[in-house]
Design a protein around this ligand. Sequence first.
Ligand code: FPP
Length: 239
Amino acid sequence: MNSEVDYSQLKIPTHVAIIVDGNGRWAVERGLSRLKGHDAGFDNLRNLVRYIMSRGVKVLSLYVFSTENFKRAKEEVGHLMDLFVLMYRRDLQIFMEDNIKVVFSGRDAPLPKSVIKARDEMAEATKNNTGGIVNFCLNYGGRAEIMDAVKKIVHASVDVDKLTDDDFRHYLYQDLPDIDLMIRTSGELRLSNFLLWQNSYAEFYFPKTKFPDFGAAEFDQAIIEYTSRDRRFGGNTKA
Ligand code: FPP
């Protein structure tokens, strides 16, 4: 993926998060099955991830399957599970070449054993990579993450009176910086239970483009828009 945009003039967010949405509608528009839409999204993902990380982003979180997505048709859920396993075979070498650490956020149950195995092997193989982090949110829910953190804190008998925001972060699925830029493709204007804690001060960007067509040029536009935003974090001076 190439770009005409001069990134030295732009602000680069440390943590970008993307809700990959619109695969199904992309396919239906073309008279294809929804599964073909997920294949097209999957094909787009590798180059897009490489492009985003090559622009200086340090952490990229991707919402690829929510806890609620298990309510979808069995065939669609099964197909997505197959893609997650395929990603391990297809992309591990690329993540190693690019020195990217891959982490996952989400609950185990009811993921199939094959997905848990591929997920854990990918995390283990890339754990010492230092060139950036890609966080796949797989079987993920924001409320579930906060609930799970609270349970860990209670079980660890933490002195809650001394607990700070920063301490709380350590109990989340992954200890990552706050999100700077949150993108949801396909024109939907919802957060859908995505990284509720981490999105507190994120800038939101909602392109109409459906995920399979969201490439380098669309990402450049998001960064141009992000650069123009005035981030005040509740105060009245610029960040
Ligand atoms: C939501 O929108 C998207 C998903 C539930 C799946 C996203 C999956 C991929 C991009 C491919 C696999 C990814 C990996 C990491 C292997 P939707 O596609 O249901 O869109 P719709 O709202 O148009 O139906």
